[in-house]
Design a protein around this ligand. Structure first.
Ligand code: NDP
Length: 431
């Protein structure tokens, strides 16, 4: 009897999942966010006559799916991503920049040769997003369906009592493959990101053909184009980020890249195509230069970390890089974030030189500055062109906390030491 009591005592307490996590957040993102999104798109348009899917929107979906899929299958340039916590080594294609370059040339030639295309696409933008939404839901549903019985970490999920809705929303597998391609590379890079690039060029041509050259529109398109080009230049580096290593292929990341990214990251240009903003060449030039500076600084911060990871003896700002040497975590360390607990067993280093010694996410600070620039061109037509800026601030601040959770688990007391040495999260001396 006493033995039994003892056994009962040492049983680990059952973790309870909050109603918000299990149902609230998924309902918010699966139902409420799309409703708000379509409401905003409809409210902002002066040219779109349609809402519901049609043959044009279906054609656009197919073209982008085939174009992205073809880029991964037809011109292979094999690239292995970092080993995942589930033990797999994801396989990608490293031909992102060429893909971006060819896509830009093709869309510019199409817009110059067939002048009716920009108008046709702009007028059908809401049906296009509606079609992406239907496809995105079906696609994510399919991913859930094929993975639901067996996936890495299922026992843990069952133990925690995660609902099916939460699992659908978060995703099941980290790196599912369909038709020989990595799903997250297809949805994130070869669909969402390239659609962003193509559609803003189409909006710019629409604006040009309907009301002549508009400084605001072209400044924002040039800034966003440089930013997207930079993304494709560094696409293989993207495979080390939270989107790929921590997020599973589910509604959050896949629907996000199939629907939310095409609809909302493009919003400033969409709004300006519908509501032209007038700024002078001088103001446009200043915003363009400032935006380019922010892009360059964002790149510099990312590059410092990349150089340091490749060679910890590198020089930063002319001096040998200073860092915190993190030994593998001792046995008593009990990680909470089950997904990355294995990480803490490896030795690693935290850079405290250069920008990484000024704030813990200076790259996000510059990213926000850049988004501020590409929104500011729309100031004469109100606050709507700043919608993306508000969103990116919320996203990146939330991401800082997600990343800190991850790093605290991975680096333990060394992360706390880093936070003491570099107290600012975003802006030195302020936050
Ligand atoms: P970071 O590039 O800041 O990477 C964070 C990771 O870097 C941590 O998890 C940790 O990973 C490592 N790290 C953190 N601090 C240090 C340090 N001091 N020394 C060494 N390693 C450190 O974040 P993201 O991956 O989110 O962002 C990459 C780029 O993408 C940025 O330019 C960002 O602005 C942009 N971005 C854009 C978004 C958009 O929607 N527009 C969304 C998100 C990002 P570990 O040690 O495990 O390698």
């Amino acid at each position: 009897m006493t033995e039994l009591k003892k056994e009962q005592k040492i049983e680990p307490p059952k973790e309870t999942v909050s109603m918000y996590k299990n149902y609230g957040a998924p309902v918010l993102f699966v139902i409420i966010v799309p409703i708000i999104l379509f409401y905003i798109l409809k409210k902002s348009t002066t040219v779109s006559q349609n809402i519901f899917p049609n043959w044009i929107s279906l054609g656009v979906l197919l073209v982008f799916l085939l174009w992205g899929y073809g880029s991964l299958r037809l011109f292979p340039q094999n690239f292995e991503g970092p080993k995942n916590i589930d033990g797999s080594v994801p396989k990608y294609q490293g031909n992102g920049f060429r893909f971006w370059f060819v896509s830009v040339i093709v869309v510019v030639v199409v817009c110059l040769k067939w002048k009716e295309v920009p108008e046709m696409v702009t007028k059908n933008f809401i049906p296009i997003i509606m079609t992406f939404n239907i496809f995105g839901l079906l696609f994510v549903g399919y991913l859930y369906f094929i993975g639901r019985k067996e996936y890495w970490g299922k026992e843990e999920d069952d133990k925690k009592g995660y609902s099916w809705l939460f699992r659908f929303y978060r995703g099941l597998e980290f790196h599912p493959r369909i038709g020989g391609v990595d799903i997250k590379q297809l949805t994130n890079c070869r669909f969402g990101m390239i659609f962003w690039q193509v559609i803003i060029i189409i909006f710019a041509f629409f604006s040009y053909y309907s009301s002549g050259f508009n400084v605001a529109m072209w400044v924002t398109v040039v800034l966003q184009t440089i930013y997207i080009a930079k993304f494709f230049w560094w696409e293989t580096g993207y495979f080390n980020t939270l989107d790929i290593t921590l997020d599973r292929a589910g509604y959050y990341i896949c629907w996000g890249c199939l629907v939310f990214l095409p609809a909302f990251y493009t919003f400033t240009c969409y709004y300006l195509a519908n509501n032209p903003s007038m700024i002078s060449g001088l103001v446009g030039g200043v915003i363009l230069l400032l935006g380019c500076w922010f892009i360059w600084m964002n790149y510099r911060v990312d590059k410092e970390k990349e150089d340091f990871k490749a060679n910890p003896d590198c020089k930063i700002w002319g001096k040998k890089a200073a860092f915190i040497n993190c030994a593998p975590l001792e046995k008593g360390h009990t990680p909470k974030l089950a997904d990355i607990k294995e990480e803490g067993k490896k030795p690693s280093k935290l850079l405290v030189s250069g920008w990484w010694g000024k704030s813990r996410h200076m790259n996000y600070t510059y990213e926000i500055g850049l988004s501020g620039c590409w929104s500011a061109v729309g100031a004469p037509v109100g606050i709507a062109p700043f919608a993306y800026l508000g969103y990116i601030i919320a996203l990146l601040v939330h991401r800082i906390y997600r990343d800190e959770d991850k790093c605290r688990v991975k680096y333990g007391k060394y992360w706390d030491e880093y936070c003491k040495r570099v107290p600012a999260r975003l802006i030195p001396g302020i936050f």
